[in-house]
Design a protein. Sequence first.
Length: 257
Amino acid sequence: MQKIKIEFTNNNSVARIILDDGKGNVLDHIMMEEIQQLLNEFRNAPHLKLITFEGAGKHFSFGASVEEHTKEFAGTMLRGFHQLFYSLRDLCIPTAAIISGSCLGGGLELALMCNFMFADKSAKLGQPEISLGVFPPPASILLSEKIGLARAEDLLITGRTILADEAKVAGLINELFENKESMEEGVAKWTETYILPKSASSLRFGVKAARMKFNHVISNFLPQLESMYVNKLMETHDANEGINSFLEKRKPVWNNG
C-alpha cells in the first residue's frame, strides 16, 4: 500500500484505514484504488465489526485530486470514487470517520458515508466544490440525509467551511473531543462499549436496516448525479474554467455558461 495504511485491532474485529500521502491525504486514483482493494477483501471477513477511516498527520483529507477533476479524467475519477460508496453500502459493516484538521470535498464525502463521525476541535469541514464551478455528487444527497435539507443547502451552495463546534450542533458529528489524543482514547472506549460486545453478523443486519432508505437514495440518485456531472456540467465553460483556474493558481473568469 503506497497511500494508505491498514491496522487490525481488537482480535482483528476492527479495521483501521489510515489515509497517508505525506501531505493532505488527497484522494487521488491511487488512494481510491487501494481503499477499494481493501473493501473487496473485507467481503470475506465475517468477523469484522467496525471499519474506521482517519488521516495521518494533522488532517483527515483535503479531498479528491483537483487534477483528476479535469474534463479528460472526470468520468473515470467519479466512477472509481463512487464505487467506494457502493462497496461500503453493500458491505454493511459499521463505519466511523475519525476527523482532525481539514476534512474537505471528497474527504468529507467519505466521512459522510460512515455511520459515525467523530472529530476533535481542530476539525474543519466543508464542500468547497461550488467555488471551483462544480458540485459534489455524493455530498449532494448524503448531506441532506444526515443533517436535513436546509443545513445541506447552506454548505453545498455557499461552499463555506465550518468548524467542529458548528458541525456538532448541526448533528454532523456524533462526539467532539478536545484534541486528537483524547479522541483516540474516546473512540477506543466507545468501540469497546458499543461495538465489540455485539455480533458481527447482527451488526450488519442492523446497519442494513437502519440504512434502508439511505441506501435506496444512494443507489437511485448517485448514478444520476454522476451522469449530470460528466455529461452536462463538464460541457460548460465555467466548470472547466473553475478547475483550470485553480490548477493555474489564478482567479476564475466566469462567463456564466
